[in-house]
Design a protein around this ligand. Structure first.
Ligand SMILES: NC(=O)c1ccc[n+]([C@@H]2O[C@H](COP(=O)([O-])OP(=O)(O)OC[C@H]3O[C@@H](n4cnc5c(N)ncnc54)[C@H](OP(=O)(O)O)[C@@H]3O)[C@@H](O)[C@H]2O)c1
Length: 293
């Protein structure tokens, strides 16, 4: 039987490079994106490196919880799942809400991967040893870990909201790894470092994305952003590919794989019991596995 892998936001940027790495290792990869034409172009590229079964495209807007649930149902119907890479992520320079009325940064970077993962656990268990990879970001290191609501009090600064949502997802990732310890499902976070992609192209140029305090240092901050987001997506995909397929990680779980593609210490705030509890509650409340609960 084919060993199946799913890469969300896998039709462009770091996700496409990740999908290519997984396909090259023999996995039958399904890439998820919103745009079917783009999906078709991605499949052509993946096919050139695939060593196992051909790739597939599944359409879904991962900013919609209903679409995430529908996607999960379609994927679950296909049976055991060897690898799930939750690669979707976005930074929104201006505050916006999803169709579910949830602040978009929190929905796309945390609730969507959370919900898809929870809804596919049975298929991941059935394929054990299997792996879940949640794509993180260095922005978590600047984030404050308070999660009693989707939105923190105070102003909207896109980069900080992004870091906060990625921190929620990292907290969830490490918590899930403990929950699944001994089940055959390993759970990793992968920090790609940075790359020149759609997400970073043009979005890191306005001082409005950082807090007034950091704006005072804007020339420095901007230079740092430019440096860290100038590399190729193929290099930024390495941590995810290692987390998904690296034999050096066999039997291990609960690790953050850093930009150099080896395990690095997770930020202290990502394992605090109070934060874990808040993330659990908020995730269940905002993204119930069954709608209406
Ligand atoms: N780039 C960086 O410097 C950097 C740094 C740290 C962490 N990261 C993280 O790495 C991951 C990948 O980042 P990236 O820079 O490669 O992003 P990207 O360039 O924006 O990714 C493009 C891909 O995302 C898909 N996508 C975007 N929104 C979607 C949605 N709502 N539903 C479904 N698919 C969606 C696009 O497909 P469609 O257009 O067809 O929807 C396309 O496949 C993210 O989690 C990001 O937070 C990136």
């Amino acid at each position: 039987m084919d060993q199946r892998a799913v890469v969300t936001a896998g039709t462009g940027g770091i996700g496409l490079e990740t999908a290519m790495g997984l396909a090259a290792s023999g996995l039958a990869v399904t890439v998820v994106g919103r745009d079917a034409e783009r999906g078709a172009r991605a499949l052509e590229r993946i096919e050139t490196v695939a060593t196992g079964a051909g790739p597939r495209f599944e359409p879904a807007d991962l900013a919609s919880l209903e679409e995430v649930r529908a996607l999960a149902a379609r994927l679950a119907a296909e049976g055991p799942l060897k690898v799930l890479v939750n690669n979707v992520g976005a930074m929104f320079p201006e505050r916006q809400h999803t169709v579910d009325g949830i602040e978009a940064t929190f929905a796309v970077n945390h609730l969507s991967p959370y919900l898809l993962t929870e809804l596919l656990l049975e298929q991941l268990r059935a394929a054990g040893p299997s792996r879940i990879v949640n794509v993180s970001s260095g922005a978590v290191r600047l984030a404050k870990g308070s999660f009693d609501a989707a939105e923190p009090p105070g102003g909207y600064y896109g980069f900080h909201r992004y870091g906060r949502a990625k921190l929620a997802n990292l907290v969830y990732t490490l918590d899930l790894a403990e929950r699944l310890r001994g089940s055959g499902v390993s759970v990793f976070a992968a920090d790609p470092g940075g790359a020149a992609t759609e997400m970073t192209n043009g979005t890191m140029t306005s001082p409005k994305i950082v807090s007034p305090g950091l704006r005072l240092l804007w020339p420095l901050v901007r230079r740092r952003f430019e440096r860290s987001t100038s590399g190729p997506a193929s290099v930024a995909a390495r941590p995810s590919v290692l987390a998904a397929t690296g034999t050096s990680l066999d039997g291990r779980t609960g690790l953050l794989i850093g930009p150099e593609a080896h395990p690095v210490p997770a930020p202290r705030g990502s394992t605090e019991p109070r934060t874990i509890d808040q993330v659990r509650r908020l995730s269940r409340q905002l993204a119930p596995l069954t709608p209406g609960r």
